[in-house]
Design a binder for this molecule. Structure first.
Ligand SMILES: Nc1ncnc2c1ncn2[C@@H]1O[C@H](COP(=O)(O)OP(=O)(O)OP(=O)(O)O)[C@@H](O)[C@H]1O
Ligand SMILES: [Mg+2]
Length: 254
């Protein structure tokens, strides 16, 4: 059985990088992986080696949203709450390799609490009814929080990974997400400490332990990762033995 995993955390903390490296771990272990880009500034594609700007996020395709929800685009207009989405994966996912594919969805712009628009209906239907093949896992690369996606994103979630950087601002975000998780019925939440510089791990661990936040996976700061981003090179083939070992342990213990 494949897993449903969501990756959350502060902007720039490394959600996309961690999503891709996790896909690598799952595929190395013989699984198939669908990566779902739920970011308004989609960069999973380039991180997977697909051309930048290659596929526009589904929520920005006005014709598709109109076709599926019957929306005219008029604010406050009528639309179908439960649109047909069964064929979306087959039509719009992009193949990265035999084991990995990408669905560029984009994010729902919430104009305020309780905003429910045609895009929301579309994304919720899509996430709620992803039909995956046997042994195919799904990794949701989220924007900041989980709120916008509601139950559709978290329903049946096997694991929520929160990415933090060695800085207290990203820990604030992690604390907020951790606080929300139980009410959303998320059973397993684990923390990834990213961009950790040599000699800083012990301090970070100590500081977080005092708050009751254990670090489960560490991805050290890597000049190679930074350079790949600068040069627009993919990270799917980037190997970090410690990350892979710890990620496998987390996945194995779910
Ligand atoms: N372990 C690491 N070592 C060095 N650089 C890293 C590491 N992890 C991520 N980065 C770099 O940090 C930047 C942000 O990473 P990434 O895009 O994965 O974060 P994100 O949380 O998805 O960002 P956003 O919120 O913009 O979607 C990128 O330039 C990436 O290459
Ligand atoms: Mg990202």
């Amino acid at each position: 059985m494949g897993l449903k995993i969501a990756v959350a955390g502060k902007g720039g903390s490394g959600k996309t990088t961690v999503s891709v490296l996790l896909a690598r771990v799952l595929s190395n272990n013989g699984g198939k992986v669908l990566l779902v880009d739920l970011d308004s500034d989609p960069n999973l594609g380039p991180a997977l080696g697909l051309p930048a700007g290659g596929a526009s996020p589904l929520v920005t395709r006005k014709d598709l949203i109109a076709e599926r929800t019957g929306s005219t685009g008029e604010p406050g207009g009528m639309f179908i709450l439960n649109p047909k989405v069964a064929d979306i994966l087959g039509k719009y996912s992009l193949k990265v390799s035999d084991a990995v594919s990408l669905l560029p969805v984009g994010t729902i712009e919430t104009a305020g609490e309780g905003c429910f628009c045609p895009q929301t209906a579309f994304v919720r239907a899509l996430l709620g009814r992803l039909v995956l093949s046997k042994d195919e896992s799904v990794i949701l690369d989220l924007e900041a929080g989980l709120e916008a996606f509601g139950r559709s994103a978290v329903e049946g979630l096997d694991l929520l990974l929160i990415v933090i950087e060695a800085g207290m601002r990203s820990v604030d975000t992690a604390r907020r997400i951790l606080g929300m998780a139980p009410a959303m019925g998320i059973r397993n939440v684990r923390v990834v400490a990213n961009k950790v510089r040599p000699g800083r791990l012990a301090f970070l661990k100590e500081k977080l332990r005092a708050e009751g936040i254990p670090i489960d996976i560490v991805l050290p700061y890597s000049d190679e990762l930074a350079r790949r981003d600068l040069e627009g090179r993919p990270v799917l083939d980037y190997a970090d033995a410690g990350f892979e070992r710890e990620a496998e342990a987390v996945l194995g213990n779910l």
